[in-house]
Design a protein around this ligand. Structure first.
Ligand SMILES: C=C(O[C@@H]1C=C(C(=O)O)C=C[C@H]1O)C(=O)O
Length: 360
């Protein structure tokens, strides 16, 4: 699949003067709940009403969605409010029912995107559809797997495509439910600038408090839209209660978010260009310094080879990491940043030394 302007046609056709907003409950619970939320969202920036009908749960026994009975409720949403509707589909049966119910947008969840068999099955069932299909990132930070999902749908002759960034699972305890790992959507945008990308701050945060901050970062990274879980009484929600917000809070967030211009012009551009020239000089210094460091690591590698000493020196490495985090902190650089930079440097130095010690 190549980047093409036509990938964003469906979004351009909506002629929005603000980012696309998809909102609605995590799960459709009752007809009354669905319609109440939809009516509250009707005269806002929201264009699409979302509601989970089939819910993939981590462990059995949880609320797994009310199922197909909710589809007529979504039809009513469309008739009564004019909002488009969106549901998650995970298999052929879901696709058939959602298409029959004339749902406008179907999305593949993170647990589906991880499985190419499942994606292919859904793609085959959707073949040639003119519905909008959105693909959430897989649970693990694997860009190829995410793009593979998009490609399977594209190959099934589906042209109204987009992706949803909902963050990535981590074994570490973090302040996020799913770590954003912004570098993945940034790289996706670099390769496919015309593939619409929507951010899902609800699943990244797992709570209400971080939604505005994550939404703002997404807009600053030129995401085309936001998908935010919204409930009339969030605390009573049958699923994901902690991360849902009221329609009123959603409107507040929308009003506070700043949409910035994608490109600088005129004087601002001149100013940026001057600063960018400075960055270019500094980047070249960084490369020279890294190359110098690597030369020393190579010399150390040669000593290790001649004296038969192992490549990895845990204690020395631990000491460097600790010192550099402390030094970095003094310059206002975060621990995460310093650790990732030095881990990458250390790995390259190990690779170089390994080449030396294993050479004949
Ligand atoms: C350079 C060395 O080899 C390895 C690489 C290190 C580095 O790049 O700083 C540190 C410790 C070793 O794991 C060394 O032993 O000092």
């Amino acid at each position: 699949m190549e980047n093409k302007k036509e990938l964003r046609t469906w979004l351009d056709d909506m002629k929005l003067d603000h980012p696309l907003v998809i909102a609605g409950p995590c799960s459709a619970e009752t007809e009354e709940q669905v319609l109440k939320i939809a009516h509250e969202l009707k005269d806002t920036d929201v264009t699409v009403f979302r509601a989970g009908v089939w819910k993939p749960r981590t462990r059995p026994g949880g609320f797994e969605g009310v199922g197909a009975v909710a589809l007529p409720w979504l039809k009513k949403v469309k008739e009564q409010t004019g909002l488009l509707t969106a549901v998650e589909v995970a298999n052929v049966a879901h696709v058939k029912l959602a298409l029959e119910a004339d749902v406008d947008i179907l999305w593949l969840g993170a647990r589906t995107t991880v499985n190419p068999f499942a994606v292919q099955e859904v793609a085959d069932a959707l073949e040639g559809t003119d519905k909008i299909i959105l693909i959430k990132n897989p649970i693990n930070p694997d860009l190829a797997l995410w793009l593979g999902g998009v490609e399977r749908l594209y190959k099934a002759n589906i042209k109204n495509l987009g992706v949803i960034h909902r963050g990535f699972s981590s074994y570490k305890k973090t302040r996020y439910r799913n770590v954003p790992q912004w570098q993945l959507p940034i790289e996706l945008k670099r390769q496919f600038p015309d593939l619409p990308i929507i951010n899902d701050p609800s699943h990244i945060c797992g709570n209400r408090t971080g939604i505005q901050e994550i939404s703002q970062i997404a807009l600053d990274l030129n995401f085309e839209g936001l998908m935010i879980e919204t409930h009339i009484t969030p605390d009573d929600a049958w699923s994901d209660a902690a991360q849902q917000i009221t329609p009123a809070r959603l409107v507040e967030i929308m009003n506070d978010l700043k949409v910035r211009k994608p490109k600088a012009e005129g004087e601002t551009l001149d100013q940026l260009q001057q600063l960018r020239a400075e960055i270019d000089v500094i980047d070249n210094h960084i490369i020279d310094t890294l190359a110098e460091r690597m030369k020393v690591a190579v010399q150390i590698g040669e000593v290790k080879k001649s004296k038969n000493i192992s490549v990895l020196q845990d204690a020395r490495w631990g000491e460097i990491l600790q010192n550099m985090v402390a030094v970095g902190e003094k310059s206002g650089l975060s621990q995460d940043f310093i650790e990732s930079v030095f881990k990458a440097i250390h790995q390259e130095s190990i690779n170089k030394q390994e080449e030396i010690v294993t050479s004949k």
